[in-house]
Write a protein that binds this ligand. Structure first.
Ligand code: 4AD
Length: 502
């Protein structure tokens, strides 16, 4: 059977031919004499027009009661029709139902995020996760292509490790034949060994952080790509990072415009993502946070949120009034679905209105020395239309391996890249401490055992060179590109603090 199946995306090459597609019922509009069945097959959607007189009575009756997500093969004449979803229709002459699906749990109405997570095994078939998955596919390919085309060698770093890569507070421990091993938090330390072998390397794999936070930016298992380069300086690293991010954004724009449109992504904003990006030091960022300009900006925003809230409330009242008088069922349904969307927008605005003064206070009271918090990053990023590099953070706020700045030992030569328009951090990176003595001091300062780091210290004993790199989180980047509010929608099977259900 598989050889006889034509993918919906290929129908354009099969016009006026009899073809069979295999897929699942996406939507059905059954009538007495004709059924309009929209079928999805993973490559697209196709409207299948089933006329009673063209097939047997039994088959017509069977197709008429097919529920959402029933699987079938369906045969007919391929016709071009611009009004039809996907642009091609099937004038059906035969069909074979494979599995009738009754009471499919996911319906067109809006479900809560918890319900959808519980039903993730089915939800993956819905349009939003499908589009996000397609974009993720392009993103992952673009990431590999950028590094492969720019002289980097892929190194697969281990998932089980013996040392702390980032911070002790978010380690997953594994019983490793009676010893404790950790799930890797970063491939960086191992990658540094490889950088001194190949010069330019990258690793790309899953990383683990036992983050006890349920924010929309955190997963406990996420994918990170990390390049590492020998003989480089901080400006050189920033240049790679901005070329890299511009490249992957342009790739997604080119290959996934339709998916971005379906998701309602901000395409115009993405089109602006070209080098150079903005560059701020941490000190400049902290001055922005405490400035009057920022307080005014946030006060302005609050007024905008309140006005938008008022507008939505008015729309809701108007629709509710209209619903009382609407006679036609289709109009009732449409109003109901519009109300669901408006109420969810309203809830979002209410959260923003609640958070705005808290974030304004945090920003006003920001003190030099603290790491930038999520809301601080959001504020800086809201004020820019392209990604922003924030460099030279205070030493105490950052990981042990970051290189101390020669001119100002209070700061390190590092950077975070913040995605613009309120999204926040997608990359963290730095030059690495290449002096043996400084590195030993840092390891001790952090309370880590020197003996565990002997192999890492050897890199500073035998042919140490200036080197550095960065890590980009795939799910955070995907959430930014797609405009998806919650990072857990950006991986097929998210892992968070909640119980693992599947
Ligand atoms: O800033 P981070 O912690 O940097 C490192 O791990 C470095 N060792 C990378 C390097 O220099 N080679 O993490 C880098 C990126 C973040 O900017 C973010 O995109 C993502 O990884 N990330 C997370 N994504 C989802 N959930 C989490 N809990 C994340 N923690 C970090």
């Amino acid at each position: 059977m598989p050889n006889e199946i034509t993918r919906i995306s290929e129908l354009k090459n099969n016009v006026d031919q009899i073809r069979t597609i295999g897929g699942w019922v996406y939507h059905s509009r059954p009538g007495g004499k004709v059924i309009f069945l929209v079928v999805r097959d993973g490559s697209g959607l196709c409207q299948c027009v089933i006329e009673k007189e063209k097939i047997s009575e039994e088959l017509f009756a069977q197709l008429k009661k097919l529920g959402t997500e029933s699987s079938l093969t369906i045969t007919g004449l391929v016709k071009k029709d611009d009004r039809s979803v996907g642009g091609y229709e099937l004038a059906v002459s035969d069909a074979k139902v494979l599995c009738e699906s009754v009471d499919y749990p996911i319906t067109p109405k809006q479900h809560g995020i918890d319900f959808l997570q519980k039903n993730r095994h089915l939800h993956l078939r819905s349009q939003t996760p499908w589009c996000i998955g397609k974009i993720r596919h392009t993103l992952v390919n673009a990431i590999r292509q950028f590094f492969n085309d720019n002289g980097f060698t892929l190194i697969d770093t281990p998932i089980l490790t013996g040392i702390i890569g980032e911070e002790a507070g978010s380690l997953f421990n594994v019983d490793y034949f009676g010893d404790t091993a950790f799930m890797t938090q970063t491939g960086q330390l191992h990658l540094e060994c490889a950088a001194l072998s190949y010069g330019k390397v990258y690793c790309f794999g899953p990383t683990f952080r036992a983050e006890k936070s349920k924010t929309r930016r955190h997963l406990t298992e996420f994918w990170m790509v990390e390049p590492e380069v020998a003989f480089i300086d901080l400006p050189g690293l920033l240049e790679i990072a901005e070329n890299f991010v511009s490249f992957i954004v342009q790739k997604v724009l080119r290959d996934n415009r339709a998916e971005l449109e379906t998701l309602g992504a901000n395409i115009a904003a993405l089109e602006k993502i070209t080098p150079p990006f903005y560059r701020l030091t941490y000190t400049q960022a902290s001055e922005i946070l405490t400035s009057k300009k920022t307080q005014d900006f946030l006060a302005n925003q609050l007024n905008e949120f309140k006005a938008a809230k008022q507008e939505i409330e008015n729309k809701i009242v108007a629709l509710e009034t209209e619903a009382k008088d609407a006679v036609k069922q289709w109009r009732q349904d449409k109003i109901a679905s519009e109300l669901i969307d408006l109420r969810s927008e309203l809830a979002e605005l209410e959260t923003k209105i609640e958070n705005n003064p808290k974030h304004a206070k945090l920003a006003a009271e920001f003190q030099w020395g603290k790491d930038l918090g999520g809301s601080d990053e959001t504020i800086i990023s809201l004020m820019h239309d392209k990604p922003i590099f924030v460099t030279h953070y205070p030493r105490e706020a950052k990981a042990f391996y970051m290189k101390q700045d020669d001119e100002n030992p209070k700061v390190v030569r590092n950077f975070d890249m913040l995605a613009p328009l309120g999204f926040g951090e997608i990359i963290g990176g730095s030059m690495r401490e290449d002096s043996l003595d400084n590195l030993m001091d840092k390891i001790k300062e952090h309370g880590y055992k020197l003996e565990n780091y002997q192999w890492y210290l050897d890199l500073r004993r035998y042919g140490s060179v200036p080197h550095g790199g960065f890590g980009l989180g795939v799910e955070r980047t995907l959430a930014w590109l797609t405009g998806e509010k919650h990072i857990r929608q950006c991986i097929a099977f998210p892992r968070m603090m909640d119980k693992i259900l599947l």
